[in-house]
Design a protein around this ligand. Structure first.
Ligand code: MLC
Length: 508
């Protein structure tokens, strides 16, 4: 069993139906049968490279057929995909490859110069293969032509408890942790969303998100494969092209983050685009601002369906497909997912309407953090509830509303950024005495990474220099967008920086 079983069934049910189409150059289109054959050839290729169940295969590739084949072949072999954001500079990349003990690393040809220096420092890495997805023949020529794939019966049986993917998420302390997501986690979430969102084989998904995150990979792409639907992939997001494609290609499903929805309603003359044939437009990965919810309704006549998820858990709650999509609320727990709101100190359940810590339990909740038993243990209560770090309350009719975070997380454009990661880099600068990184409210990104910096006596550095320093060491979306030079940081009696006070005082 694997979470790809429904896909395999769909290969038999709809062999000639288009499963995946890249609608931007290089143009590529594959039926379910063709995609399946390519995956099987890629499995042979990976087996030839020595990939065995449990091995980590790291992918830092653009949104491409190569990424998809390598990922699907890896998980079908019982090995583990490690999808990596393209924005990671070599320093961050080295950490992910070394911490995960990746055996193989597939990267872009264009990143060779930057990447090659770190490779010799990775003892577990057996091979690094550079690909150029703008020349698809390159990869196709690498994978065996023979259609003598290893019969499924000869493959090691995959257990639903086996890890399929590791996705790194940052933590409140220390370096990012790899969340081990099992086949069973993904399978249960696919089934829950299939029912909740009414996925149909005749759905056409317009795919506009990155595929190295839970949202674009599991919820959108795997959701479509699971349903026997067609995915039309844009290689990069563009607001006008998204609306054009939705109309011209008669797409029925779109999934996005609030920053994208805001951009869709902000283009000139958005009402020129008639989206009445689209049956489902979802929003997630960050809180949907009320004005984007109502603006979307007013302009496109669509009520966005807001849902709530996390890397560690997949999707947890969703507003209903039929029924009230409540503004400001993430809706009801998905089938099989238990949600409770507890007192932050005692962790005992609170009555409806009271704000507390949101905890989760269910088959969707990840297994563990890779090689971090202590951090894993700290993330769960003794009776198995996952501490999400989100604050919220439940209304009497079961709808859940989120209202902040107990953890110090910043969400920018749907991407999570933990301040300690940025602070750790800033204090490496010779002019910086100390600093605090906060998220300031921002119309475009939701929150802007802002660093409040105290300089060492007699030292000076400009805002531009400090930002450039961070961008060399951190992905650009994590690097501060602005720096505020300050005299001192407000601290509580324990010496901990009071970030709420800083935000209230310094964010415009
Ligand atoms: C890009 N930039 C960002 C950013 N994305 N800055 C802050 N936050 C972000 N999220 C910056 C780049 O660093 C760059 O800066 C400039 O914007 C242009 O880069 P780009 O790549 O061309 O940006 P653009 O294509 O406009 O991307 C914006 C976006 C993208 C909103 C389309 O961020 C995006 O696709 N976000 C979705 C992320 C996502 O899928 N999250 C799901 C996580 S899973 P400069 O200075 O170099 O020009 C999860 C669980 C769940 O959270 O529930 O779903």
């Amino acid at each position: 069993m694997s979470f790809l079983n429904a896909f395999t069934e769909n290969v038999h049910k709809y062999p000639d139906k288009v499963a995946l189409e890249f609608i931007e150059p290089p143009l590529q289109s594959f039926t379910y049968a063709e995609l399946d054959q390519l995956i099987q050839r890629t499995m042979l290729y990976l087996q030839g490279l020595g990939v065995e169940p449990g091995d980590r295969v790291a992918l830092q590739l653009s949104k491409s057929l190569e990424f998809i084949l390598l990922h699907l072949a890896t998980v079908r072999l019982g090995a583990i995909t490690l999808p990596l954001n393209l924005a990671y500079p070599p320093e961050e990349l080295k950490y992910f490859l070394s911490d995960s003990g990746a055996k193989l690393f597939f990267a872009l040809e264009s990143s060779k110069e930057n990447t090659k220096n770190i490779l010799s420092e990775l003892p577990d890495l057996q091979d690094c293969i550079f690909l150029n997805p703008s020349e698809p023949e390159q990869f196709i020529s690498l994978i065996p032509e023979s259609l003598n794939p290893t019969p499924d019966s000869q493959l090691q049986e995959i257990d639903m408890q086996d890890t399929a993917i590791i996705i790194y998420t940052s933590g409140t302390t220390g370096r990012p942790k790899g969340a081990e997501i099992t086949h069973g986690n993904i399978q249960s979430n696919l089934e829950a969303l299939h029912t909740a969102w009414g996925w149909r084989p005749d759905d056409v998904l317009l795919h506009i998100l990155p595929i190295f995150h839970v949202h674009g990979l599991f919820v959108a792409f795997h959701g479509a494969l699971h349903a026997g639907a067609t995915t039309q992939m844009m290689r990069a997001f563009d607001e006008r092209k998204t609306l054009q494609n939705l109309v011209e290609r008669k797409c029925t499903v779109l999934m996005a983050v609030p920053t994208i929805h805001r951009r869709l309603i902000s283009i000139p003359n958005p009402k020129d685009f008639d989206l009445s044939h689209v049956r489902l437009i979802t929003s997630g990965s960050d809180r949907l601002p009320d004005e984007v919810f109502t603006g979307f309704q007013e302009i496109f006549g669509h009520t966005l369906l807001e849902r709530y998820g996390m890397t560690e858990t997949g999707m947890n709650c969703s507003n209903p497909l039929h029924g009230e999509r409540r503004i400001g609320s993430v809706g009801l727990p998905l089938p099989g997912v238990e949600v409770r709101i507890v007192d932050s100190e005692t962790e005992t359940p609170l009555p409806d309407g009271e704000i507390g810590d949101l905890q989760l339990r269910g088959p969707n909740v990840f297994n563990s953090y890779w090689r971090q038993p202590q951090k894993t243990a700290e993330s769960f209560t003794a009776d198995g509830w996952f501490r999400t770090g989100d604050l919220g309350y439940r209304e009497p009719d079961g709808y859940i509303t989120l209202c902040g975070r107990s953890k110090d997380l910043i969400i920018s454009g749907g991407l999570n950024i933990y301040p300690p990661e940025v602070e750790r880099v800033l204090v490496e600068h010779s002019a910086v005495e100390t600093c605090a990184v906060i998220g300031c409210p921002d119309d475009e990104w939701g929150e802007n990474v802002t660093a409040v910096v105290i300089l060492k006596e007699g030292k000076s550095v400009s805002e531009g220099e400090l930002i450039a320093f961070c961008r060399e060491r951190l992905a650009s979306f994590k690097s501060p967008k602005s720096i505020i030079f300050h005299d001192a940081l407000p601290r509580n009696a324990m010496g901990k920086v009071q970030k709420v006070a800083l935000r209230n005082k310094l964010c415009k």
